[in-house]
Design a protein around this ligand. Structure first.
Ligand SMILES: NC(=O)C1=CN([C@@H]2O[C@H](COP(=O)(O)OP(=O)(O)OC[C@H]3O[C@@H](n4cnc5c(N)ncnc54)[C@H](OP(=O)(O)O)[C@@H]3O)[C@@H](O)[C@H]2O)C=CC1
Ligand SMILES: O=C(O)CCC(=O)C(=O)O
Ligand SMILES: [Mg+2]
Length: 415
């Protein structure tokens, strides 16, 4: 059935029920994409750590049957030049429901469009979920990194990531600019003959489904607030509408009520009260440095979410320990927040923590909490003992610097 993907004979498929809950066999087949650049370093370490945690938690009763699927540079070697994202990779991600991936390269300016974004869009993985928390002992540029405990819900299917843009100087951009100036009577394009144009679609449906997930998460995890982060003062009909539609979801679907006359709202679920608020994106970026304790669950658009993810990751010690997940109602692909860090590729040097913590999220997603807990404790103890990869070690005077694989081994020793 598959051309290059070898389905392990020993495992079984995870199934998704009509209510979107999962039926997880004891030997689930989990597809993985190795990833470009440092993917070659971090992915094997992640698999080793996860296998050990699962072994410790379930003494052989449960085991992941890993199945390699291909995207990015490795795909072009397996399937042939120019095949960056084979159909069967998309098919496997759907069929097996839960996967994990390493980072994939996207060239700047020309060349292919992002395979990462394509995966999210083609599979309609509309939530990019990125929790940001502090691990004791990690060096941080701020005085109180422990005050950061936020969960970012980044809209993952629209905004300027839709890739609708036309290059300056082309016939296509001239057609678009002519249309804007003649038919739409736009007079504000400052340099029409040398402009490129990009389009930013933001929809009511896309906003509602994202904000719905963020509020539900806040309810399920007893969080204090959901903040809609937008630049609605400038982009009124896209980012401004995100704010308006977001509040409307809180009111209509969750029964939230205006707080002190609004626009902030509050909703009550059992004994928990959740504040729904909004903040303009630039103000948010300074406030997360000054008063991070005031922010909890964050719901935001695609580009804002991209910037915020890296900024918050830095605040708790960097992108080496920043995990994430791309989710639809039926499919999940876990991945780190960072990219391929090409200068470190193949050097066994970078921090595998982000991908390991992404796998920890994956274990929780399939209900294997015991294995996930083992990973968290091992990560905490490894860092507490001063065992760190270069990124954290260079900022920690007493650190015992370890390699990428050395960090994985140090975690396993502490399980
Ligand atoms: N989801 C994905 O697959 C993503 C892919 N990308 C792609 O990755 C490529 C490179 O992007 P770039 O902008 O350089 O961003 P990267 O995140 O790849 O790297 C930027 C810097 O972050 C640090 N870093 C990243 N990963 C780690 C790690 N695991 N451990 C320790 N430090 C780390 C390094 O800092 P230092 O130099 O200080 O040591 C590195 O130079 C691009 O093609 C981009 O499109 C980018 C983001 C996400
Ligand atoms: O697709 C890419 O190359 C970059 C993606 C990215 O920055 C992200 O997912 O945070
Ligand atoms: Mg990013």
């Amino acid at each position: 059935m598959y051309q290059h993907i070898k389905v392990p004979a020993t495992g079984q498929k995870i199934q998704v029920k009509n209510d979107f809950s999962l039926i997880v066999p004891d030997q689930p087949i989990i597809p993985f994409i190795e990833g470009d650049g440092i993917g070659i370093d971090i992915t094997p370490v992640m698999i080793k750590v996860v296998d050990e945690a699962v072994k410790k938690a379930y003494q052989g009763r449960r085991q992941i049957a890993w199945m390699e699927i291909y995207a990015g540079e490795k795909s072009t070697r397996v399937y042939g030049e120019d095949v960056w994202l084979p159909d069967e990779t998309l098919h496997a991600a759907k069929e097996f429901a839960v996967s994990i991936k390493g980072p994939l390269t996207t060239p700047v300016s020309g060349g292919i469009r992002s395979i990462n974004v394509a995966l999210r869009q083609l599979l309609d993985l509309y939530v990019c979920l990125r929790p940001v928390r502090y691990f004791q002992g990690v060096p941080s540029p701020v005085k109180h990194p422990e005050k950061v405990d936020m969960v970012i819900f980044r809209e993952n299917s629209e905004d300027i990531y839709a890739g609708i843009e036309w290059e300056a100087g082309t016939q296509a951009v001239r057609t678009v600019i002519d249309f804007l100036m003649k038919d739409m009577e736009i007079t504000k394009i400052r340099f029409p003959s040398t402009s490129a144009i990009g389009v930013k679609p933001v929809s009511k449906e896309g906003t509602e489904r994202l904000v719905r997930k963020a509020i539900q998460y806040a309810i399920d995890h007893k969080r204090q607030s959901v903040t809609l982060v937008h630049k609605g003062n400038i982009m009124k009909f896209t980012e401004g509408a995100f704010k308006k539609w977001g509040y409307a979801v809180a009111e209509k679907e969750f029964g939230a009520e205006l707080l002190d006359g609004g626009p902030w709202m509050k909703l009550r679920h059992e004994s928990n009260e959740i504040i729904i608020k909004d903040v303009i994106a630039d103000a948010f970026l300074q406030q997360i440095l000054l008063r991070p304790e005031e922010y909890d669950v964050i719901a935001t658009l695609n580009l804002n979410g991209d910037y915020i993810s890296d900024a918050l990751a830095a605040q708790v010690g960097g992108i080496g320990i920043a995990p994430g997940a791309n989710l639809s109602d039926t499919i999940a692909i876990f991945e780190a927040t960072h990219g391929t860090a090409p200068k470190y590729a193949g050097k066994d040097q970078v921090n595998p923590g982000s991908l390991i913590l992404s796998a920890e999220m994956m274990l929780r997603h399939i209900g294997w909490q015991e294995a996930a807990d083992i990973i968290i404790t091992a990560m905490e103890n490894t860092i507490k003992d001063g065992m760190m990869t270069y990124d954290l070690a260079r900022l920690t005077p007493d650190a015992k610097q370890v390699s990428c694989s050395g960090f994985g081994d140090a975690m396993i020793e502490r399980m």
